[in-house]
Design a protein around this ligand. Sequence first.
Ligand SMILES: NC(=O)c1ccc[n+]([C@@H]2O[C@H](COP(=O)([O-])OP(=O)(O)OC[C@H]3O[C@@H](n4cnc5c(N)ncnc54)[C@H](O)[C@@H]3O)[C@@H](O)[C@H]2O)c1
Ligand SMILES: O=C(O)C(=O)C[C@]1(C(=O)O)C=C[C@@H](O)C=C1
Length: 308
Amino acid sequence: MKPPFKRLTLIGIGLIGSSIALAARRKELAEEIVISTRSEATLDRARELGLGDRYYLDAAEAAEGADLVILCVPVGACGPVAKWIAPCLAPGAIVSDVGSVKEAVVRSMSPHIPQGVHFVPAHPIAGTEHSGPDAGFAELFENRWCLITPVEGSDADAIARLAAFWTALGSNVEEMDPVRHDRVLAITSHLPHLIAYNLVGTAHDLETVTQSEVIKFSAGGFRDSTRLAASDPTMWRDVFLNNKDAVLEMLGRFSEELAALQRAVRWGDGEALYKAFERTRYIRRNIIEAGQETPAPDFGRHVKEPGE
Ligand SMILES: NC(=O)c1ccc[n+]([C@@H]2O[C@H](COP(=O)([O-])OP(=O)(O)OC[C@H]3O[C@@H](n4cnc5c(N)ncnc54)[C@H](O)[C@@H]3O)[C@@H](O)[C@H]2O)c1
Ligand SMILES: O=C(O)C(=O)C[C@]1(C(=O)O)C=C[C@@H](O)C=C1
């Protein structure tokens, strides 16, 4: 069968760009894959890895004649890149992105999208702590969500074509309003990363102050946080600069709940602590039952039911 796109251009070839390239190739979603990134070393590496068919430092040249262009750059770079490629976009082309923040990306890209070109923003909720072209793998998007956040006047056919693209990559696709997207992701993704960065930084400070072995003997929970805290600093700087209001709102709520737990610990309120932890265990179980998460290995431990 003929691939649904003639020319797929990926601008930015880090974890997400390279994963799209590998998956699109495997699923035969484009006749040709064109790659652009701003650094010569990264472009050379993408070539060595055979991620595309043609390679350009100039994003505008790469976008020429493409029927699908996906920006896979940090969210702060989306506006400038859209402005750069705008004069070369073919009429009827779909322009999308993969940014972790949507309202700011829509605001920064929209003014540059020429008449007759379809802008359909998207966000695959799939990633790792690794970055760069070597980090990509074709299975990254399998059984993960991809949220499409159409803008006013988004063309229904373009939305359907992009949704079919992400479905073919293995994702479950849903549409969401960009503002709602940013509030949801602020609590489910952005805050966990901020907390992990803070936890790991604090533990490290503590170690230098007390000469203790905090990090050397770190237990599972802390190790899990160090994985998130190893995530790309540029990407996450841009997320927090561009989703400020939603993150601050969720951080406010989080701090209030943390203060309640702090009070329970201070006053030895076992009942309050037990209730809080019982509730969250149930939330985790529901997430696993809904098939959204790989369950942790079962080491045969008995898990108590609430009230048991
Ligand atoms: N890493 C994740 O877990 C994850 C998940 C979903 C979405 N995202 C989003 O995907 C996008 C890319 O993230 P990633 O993890 O692939 O990052 P990455 O650091 O692995 O790759 C970023 C790529 O963009 C290029 N780049 C950076 N600044 C640029 C600029 N100004 N102009 C042109 N190219 C530029 C880099 O050279 C690199 O090729 C981000 O918007 C991020 O929010 C990331
Ligand atoms: O699993 C991870 O390492 C991730 O951080 C992936 C994760 C997330 O928070 O779920 C990170 C940012 C993205 O925008 C989407 C996915």
